[in-house]
Design a protein around this ligand. Structure first.
Ligand code: FAD
Length: 343
């Protein structure tokens, strides 16, 4: 991939750009003013113009974790900053700086080609590198926060580029400072720290079952790709944004009370005094797997995924989400939080 050394200072502007192919739900949204950001230096003058014109604005990466309205008014920054390089290494780790627009899966594949293991459990997650820290992407027992050294971002409150250490990013389960303060930071580069001492993480049931055959990071990468391809709907075939709800965290007390009435309750250990419930199981128990509401529905093979059968809109998706949330609340007294970002 190329570094964006010779990128023009003014980003390319497209008016009324159709975004159906730039969001994995396949919603037919339009961006009034879409700016293709290929270099960090393009951001300060653009933000000045946005402020002067009082345009609403937002960043769009690969569109795999968003629910788009019919029209995104004002400015939409299409994050396309490219480039990845090893910056330095010490006795324990290798450090990599990667552009926010780089495709996440291609990056994971590239690290393994460079003999830099660590990110293999996060293979095949759609989207961009710059969006990975926003909700602290995670899969198969690994979260990206474990490998982030620091983040370079444009801070729209101070109008300057800042470097946030891992601690400053306040990472938590599907959460970070970027998610809690939406519209403040525009991530331009992510600096990863990959430990040289590699250890396989196979404690998730799907991987554990295959562990005898998983001896290298590339084996795990291939296994994760295989499992995900079988389990999750391909957005190119049917629109979706992956898991639609976060797995709810409940107190041990609430967990014990639920377990007494639902002995098959699916849950995972979490921070002290809490259990994480499997949101998909809760939805399934409400009889909603495969349930269809107009143009959208609950995926027939995995109740945690909402799919767009063709012409679904944000309003359709949110109506189905509310039906699911109300059903789970009524039956289990548990609140489900929506994972994708409603733009
Ligand atoms: C089939 C499928 C499977 C998935 N599996 C997983 C999974 O296993 N684990 C997981 O955690 N997620 C998963 N996801 C969700 C999604 O892939 C991730 O959240 C991903 O990181 C989103 O990247 P994106 O570039 O598409 O972000 P977008 O959807 O474009 O944006 C997401 C949010 O981040 C903001 N944003 C994007 N880029 C930047 C930036 N550079 N600076 C500031 N803000 C920015 C946007 O404004 C928006 O609010 C899945 C999605 C799909 C469709």
């Amino acid at each position: 991939m190329n570094c964006a050394k010779n990128a023009p200072l003014s980003p390319k502007l497209s008016l009324n750009l159709g975004l159906q192919l730039r969001n994995t739900f396949g919603i037919a949204g339009i961006a009034e003013r879409a700016y293709e950001i290929t270099a960090a230096e393009q951001i300060p003058p653009l933000m000045q113009e946005i402020t002067q014109n009082q345009w609403p604005w937002r960043v769009l990466g690969g569109g795999s974790n968003v629910i788009l309205p019919p029209v995104l008014s004002g400015a939409t920054l299409l994050m396309n900053i490219d480039g990845e390089k090893v910056t330095h290494e010490d006795s324990e780790s290798t450090y990599l700086e990667v552009g926010a627009g780089v495709n996440w899966h291609a990056f994971v594949q590239w690290t393994l080609d460079q003999q830099l293991p660590g990110l293999e459990n996060l293979a095949l997650i759609p989207g961009t590198v710059g969006a990975a820290p926003i909700q602290n992407i995670g899969a198969y027992g690994v979260e990206v926060a474990q490998y982030i050294d620091r983040i370079i971002a444009f801070d729209t409150t101070s109008n300057q580029f800042v470097t946030l250490t891992n601690a400053a990013c306040e990472f938590a389960y599907r959460d970070s400072i970027f998610k809690r303060q939406p519209g403040r930071f525009i991530v331009t580069q992510v600096v990863f720290k990959l430990p040289k001492a590699w250890q396989a993480r196979l404690h998730y049931a799907d991987l554990q079952a295959m562990s005898a055959n998983l001896t290298t990071a590339k084996d795990i990468f291939a296994a994760v790709c295989d499992i995900r391809t079988k389990k999750l709907p391909n957005p190119q075939v049917i629109g979706n944004a992956g898991s639609f709800f976060q797995n709810p965290l409940v107190s041990n007390q609430q967990y014990q009370s639920l377990l007494s009435t639902h002995p098959n309750l699916v849950s995972y250990p979490d921070k002290a005094g809490h259990r994480k419930l499997a949101a998909g199981w809760l939805i399934d128990q409400c009889g909603l797997k495969g349930h269809r509401l107009g143009e959208v529905g609950v995926y027939e093979k995995q109740a945690l995924v909402i799919v767009n059968h063709g012409h679904g809109t944000a309003a359709d998706i949110l109506a189905l989400a509310k039906l699911i949330q109300d059903s789970v609340q009524e039956r289990f007294g548990v609140t489900l939080e929506i994972e994708p970002n409603i733009l």
